[in-house]
Design a protein around this ligand. Structure first.
Ligand SMILES: [Zn+2]
Length: 385
């Protein structure tokens, strides 16, 4: 059983969204009649840092009850569903009611866009219609099988503007500047879209949403002017076909030598990462804006010099993204045995130790990321042969 009132003490969770689901599902004693009053009482609690258990006596009169673990799962799933629903939109720079696909009542129809090429790449790693991915729900690692058509999708384009990806969706990989730009752009959109979705019930602060807006501006103007050269891409080849696919974006705090990468205050500089197999090779692309070369231009050199490409790619992917898919048999054979370490790595690189101060302001005291994490002390290897 879970005492869900605890989430009120978590400054990053938008408890009103959580309580709305409890209300709509009539769980834990919350219902239409008492909902408003409960939310009002929560807003009158002292700052999180000063709260005592006795402050919660306010809620005694409602006869609230714990919820079961199963209810907890159902509620989290519903929150995810509402998050996805709330953020359906077309990311294209020209998106508007005049240019997007609209329905008979004049609303933009958003279709399911693939963040990884459906027919060329996912079809290469599929087994009986399924691919394998994983998620890190509540810091717990879980391998998951997905139907190929549901894997890697996001609701981020209308089906007119989705065609922007035709050069990487329909044409084979030739390594053109436009293709590299589009791979980077897709990594940007999938990661940003997922982040925005989760702000439905998680508060990351204004900065991370501003970062998305500023990076979108750079991509948008490049798309409109077809200036694909604003993106620099480093290409790495593994001489075998590995049934793994990744599309993502994230930032690095440390390079492969453990040196800190100092980001600006103004806009978070990200890298864009793509991994995909062809018939007899596997390509790994690292892209970044040329204007961010001062931060990231050395990464490619380091990767080449270290001569540990399999380990290095594994760590970049394992520590920074969940948008990764495997052939299910390959996963069972080569990846499953690393699940525990994968959970630890994602935790270290994605969570910070923070304290909560006045007005529930969060300040980050330290990150759990060791500066040499890319050296792969766990010995994880995504490339089994
Ligand atoms: Zn559109």
């Amino acid at each position: 059983m879970t005492n869900y009132l605890n989430i009120i003490n978590s400054p990053q969770i938008k408890h009103d969204k959580y309580f709305e689901v409890l209300r709509d599902f009539r769980k834990g004693g919350i219902n239409l009649e008492n909902f408003e009053e409960i939310i009002k009482l929560i807003s009158k609690l002292p700052d999180i840092a000063e709260r005592k258990p006795s402050d919660f006596a306010l809620f005694d009169k409602f006869g609230l009850s714990d919820i079961s673990e199963n209810d907890q799962i159902v509620i989290t799933r519903e929150l995810q569903r509402r998050s996805i629903e709330s953020n359906k939109k077309c990311w294209h720079p020209e998106a508007s009611l005049e240019t997007c696909r609209i329905n008979s009542s004049g609303k933009i129809i958003i279709s399911a866009a693939h963040s990884i090429q459906n027919n060329g790449i996912l079809s290469r790693i599929v087994e009986n219609g399924h691919v394998m991915g994983y998620t890190l729900d509540k810091a717990e690692f879980e391998g998951k099988e997905y139907g190929k058509n549901h894997a890697s999708i996001f609701w981020g384009f209308c089906n007119i503007h989705d065609s922007i990806f035709n050069p990487i969706e329909i044409s084979p990989y030739k390594g053109t500047e436009e293709q590299h730009f589009l791979f980077a752009y897709r990594g940007f959109v999938i990661s940003s879209h997922k982040k925005e979705e989760s702000t439905y019930w998680i508060d990351y602060g204004e900065q991370s949403i501003n970062d998305i807006k500023k990076n979108k501006k750079l991509f948008d103007s490049a798309i409109l002017s077809k200036e694909y050269s604003v993106i620099k891409t480093e290409v790495f080849e593994l001489p075998a076909m590995y049934p793994i696919a990744v599309s993502s974006s994230f930032y690095l705090d440390f390079d492969f030598n453990g040196n800190a990468i100092n980001h600006s205050e103004d806009r978070m500089e990200d890298i864009y990462v793509t991994l995909f197999p062809t018939n007899n090779k596997t390509y790994f692309l690292i892209s970044y804006f040329k204007q961010d070369a001062n931060l990231y231009s050395d990464l490619g050199n380091q990767l080449r010099k270290r001569n540990k490409l399999k380990s290095d790619i594994t760590m970049l992917v394992a520590a920074h993204t969940e948008n990764v898919y495997f052939n299910p048999i390959y996963y069972k054979t080569f990846i499953e045995k690393h699940e525990e370490e994968l959970e630890r790595i994602s935790f270290q690189s994605q969570f910070d130790y923070a304290s909560v101060g006045k007005d529930n302001e969060i300040s980050i005291e330290f990150s759990f990321t060791p500066n040499d994490y890319l050296n792969n002390s766990f010995g994880i290897n995504f490339f089994g042969y």
